[in-house]
Ligand binder design. Sequence first.
Ligand code: ATP
Ligand code: MG
Length: 419
Amino acid sequence: MIDRILVRYGDLTLKGRNKKRFIDTAVQRVQEKMTSERITLERAHDRLYVRLNGEDPAKVVRDLKTVSGLRSFSLVHKVEKDMDALKKGALDLLQEEIDAPTTFKVETKRADKSFPLTSPEISKEIAGHVIPRMSLLEADVHNPAYTLNVEIRAEGAYLYCGKVEGLGGYPVGSMGKGLMLLSGGIDSAVAGFLSQRKGIETEHIHFESTPMTPIESVDKAIELTERLATYAKKNRILLHIFPLFSLHEAILQNVPEPYHIAILRRMMVRVADNVASQRRIPVLITGESVGQVASQTLTSLHVTDHAATRPILRPLATYDKEEIIRIAERIKTFEISIRPYEDCCQVYVPKSPVTNPRDYYAKRYEGLFDYQGLIDEALRNMVTLTVGKKSGIRLSTSGFSVKEAVEEGGIPHDRFFAE
Ligand code: ATP
Ligand code: MG
């Protein structure tokens, strides 16, 4: 009976070429999700139909709920554009759907004005046909528990009941690329997801300080990336793992303690800026939220920004922690993020970090060691992985570097390979 899923696009306030790119990208993302050979897509004006050909609609809807740029879905039954077919289709659909007494109405939208009856006439005729044939239905046009929707459009007539919400936003890739600084914590994964939902295709960069920090914290970054790959273009995300240790150590040795974190943050941003240049990525993204810690006061953010040549997006800038956690739970990154491994921002946290750092001092302290040399050296040892969902790979052996793990075959190269 249900033969198609009607897909409504998200924010369609876009105009002209932007709108075309939006729709083309959304269709592409949906196509990538539809792994079953049976499924075909039908494009219509401002919407999309996923033709099931026997595929389980619940599974398809589950997959569609991971595609950003889609506002909502309805399970529909397509019929010929004539009243007899509409009446028969409506009765068939209701007989399948309704198994307890309910109040009910028919609501019709007639986009195809060449259809001979008006919307109220169509609704009335259909209701008049089904009510005498189904004792479970009682008409109530003002406050019905159940609504049968009828849409008469150029390409056909559709019957459906109900709507499932999608992610909304823009399809991933329609807005270009961003380089996400992904820690193992709660915030950056959420910021990554929100960026994807806004149509940004993300690559991730994770800074690891082994042996100062355990290799398991890299695991967390990998697993978070795996989770976020669910929403990504082609279901995968590039993860750059940058060995921060020597730079981190140089900071601890050379920089006065209150400035440790401020300079560490500037170094991360600087490295990310270098990588983004190489990868032709125009923006950086972080999970910073105003006021959360000393390094996230407005003056700190200002000083951090000066280390980059490109804009830094901070999707969570104004979010409360509780709101962030709610999203993390919804996208299932929370349970990964709260696992207790320290990452490089948490080890050796100074007792009294500066809350209002000054650019002048930041630059002066950075002048005390050859950071660019250390960055260039570490960049040569950066490892890039393509992470797809269910790669099932863990770096669970402590005490050796990610690069060694890759070289020694600790990371299998099938779905999850070094580039
Ligand atoms: P949480 O605050 O929940 O611990 P977080 O990811 O926000 O997690 P912070 O210490 O607040 O961690 O760091 C602020 C931001 O800096 C992060 O959101 C992230 O974008 C970036 N960042 C911190 N540590 C790393 C890291 N090891 N690798 C990559 N990015 C990092
Ligand atoms: Mg944070």
